[in-house]
Design a protein around this ligand. Sequence first.
Ligand code: AMP
Ligand code: ZN
Length: 112
Amino acid sequence: MECLFCKIARGEVPATIVYQDETCVAFSDIDPRSPVHLLVVPREHIPSLAAVDAEHEPLLGHLLHVVSKIATEKKLTAGFRVVVNTGVEGGQTLPHLHLHLLGGRAMHWPPG
Ligand code: AMP
Ligand code: ZN
């Protein structure tokens, strides 16, 4: 599978991994947009949030729980933002589902 995030999840492409378990990997974004900017990625290749179905519900819940645990670990007590860019108009550039965890500064609303 010639997918960058699949390769990172398999350890074939280096990344700064901050958390991993049997279903997902979390690592630093290579182009951070905030002091803390991590990506939480399922090991399963799912192209986007638009491609999930009922069987993915436990996985999706797990990914959010992992985000919450990492935010606590990173002491993001003032808050943080979770972003799932989806599709062309959603700003998705890599076709493997990923959750951005952004924190360490005040966020703006609405996002651009
Ligand atoms: P998106 O635009 O939502 O699809 O997010 C893709 C993200 O992947 C961007 O924030 C990129 O900076 C990030 N990215 C691209 N290549 C790498 C890499 N090799 N390691 C870590 N993050 C990456
Ligand atoms: Zn993939």
